[in-house]
Design a protein around this ligand. Structure first.
Ligand code: NAD
Length: 349
């Protein structure tokens, strides 16, 4: 059986990646669309062979409750809308896959987790990087100490953001600037490769004065995370410079490795170097490219079919949200912030 997905929100990600991604999916198929634009939805439904009777809008969305073709709902809306639609989907008795960032506050993440629990439905946050083979190999090398213990990781995710009127630059819809949108990849991937939770963060933010894009949200964030095993992660994210989406892990027995790019949809590349005697050997494994959205859609579908907990459950999104709140607090106060209340969740199931 294939799991039937309803896609909520027909923006760039849904049209450019998720719907095409079903073409490579083994266990999922798109069966319903939810959009505020009926004409667009009709066209997209025809393109993907979706029955036009399975088109919903934001008002009648709750009627999916009585549609047995829909097993799961994938929320692909602006960040601050995730909570409402995750809760409504759970109340309609559907499993929910939610785009990142999960929400715009830790309290909202908790309410989403509770709503899905109460409804007895699964909740997964769409952290595609945790399903992607290059990043999974980096995770294995960090955790197996292939080139020694990784003590330092540096990470960057940046892009020069355009249109000043877009929702990403409106705090009420985005919850923040570069950090929750793209900096989150550094944060989540660091936790993933290390398999640990940071105990302290130190951060600062900067926005170019007078740049109309950054009236409400921050342009650049630079932060450090300290992990219990001794690793120090130095990360930066910016909406104001050319795109760069990479990280490097530095180990103590003569090796470094990383990905450049690390967070793109395709053409990821692993790179590095390690010492053998007095020779430096380049690291450049070739790994088959995959459709990242098909992998995550299939993972969630299999969790539903086999009644398993997703690898990136709602708790994973909550954890990141708590850390982002600590990063903003550190930037505001100019002091390190301790994260004692964060319990370790096992991301390596
Ligand atoms: P987008 O602006 O292209 O699409 C958003 C959709 O929401 C549009 O169809 C828009 O019509 C609809 N919408 C409904 N109410 C709206 C409102 N009040 N204001 C603005 N739009 C409204 O955005 P996107 O790039 O598709 O991002 C959607 C979500 O997916 C975000 O949470 C984003 O963080 C996430 N995302 C994830 C990835 C990834 O790689 N996992 C990549 C891009 C975006």
């Amino acid at each position: 059986k294939r799991i039937g997905y309803a896609i909520v929100g027909l923006g760039n990600l849904s049209l450019g990646q998720i719907l095409p991604g079903f073409g490579a999916s083994k266990y999922g198929k798109p069966v319903a669309l939810v959009s505020g634009d009926a004409d667009k939805a009709k066209k997209v439904a025809a393109q993907y062979g979706i029955n036009p009777k399975n088109i919903y809008n934001y008002q009648n969305f709750d009627n999916i409750k009585s549609n047995p073709e829909v097993d799961a709902v994938y929320i692909v809306l602006p960040n601050s809308m995730h909570e409402e639609y995750v809760v409504r989907a759970a109340k309609a008795g559907k499993h929910v896959l939610c785009e990142k960032p999960m929400a715009t506050s830790a309290a909202a993440c908790q309410r989403m987790i509770d709503a899905c629990k109460q409804a007895g439905k699964k909740l997964m946050v769409a952290y595609r990087i945790q399903y992607e083979p290059h990043n999974r190999l980096a995770m294995e090398w960090v955790r197996s100490q292939k080139f020694g213990k990784v003590k330092v990781i540096d990470m960057m995710n940046s892009q020069n953001i355009g249109d000043p009127s877009q929702w990403r630059l409106k705090k009420a819809l985005s919850g923040g600037g570069s950090l929750p949108d793209i900096g989150l990849y550094c944060l989540n991937t660091a936790r993933f490769v290390l398999g640990e939770e940071p105990h302290t963060v130190i951060a600062s933010t900067y926005s170019t004065p007078g740049d109309e894009r950054f009236k409400e949200v921050e342009e650049t964030v630079s932060w450090q995370m300290h992990f219990p095993g001794g690793a120090v992660v130095s990360a930066a994210t910016s909406y104001g410079v050319h795109q760069s989406r990479r990280y490097r892990c530095y180990a103590d027995k003569g090796g470094w490795f990383g990905l450049d790019p690390a967070f793109e949809y395709s053409r990821l590349q692993m790179e590095g170097s390690h010492a053998e005697g007095n020779q430096e050997i380049k690291i450049a494994p070739s790994i088959k490219e995959v459709q990242q959205f098909a992998l995550e859609l299939d993972h969630f579908a299999q969790c539903i079919l086999d009644n398993k907990t997703p690898f990136t459950p709602g708790e994973e999104g909550l954890q990141d949200q708590k850390i982002m709140e600590a990063i903003y607090e550190s930037a505001k106060t100019g002091k390190p912030v301790k994260l004692q209340t964060i319990t370790t969740i096992d991301t390596f199931r």
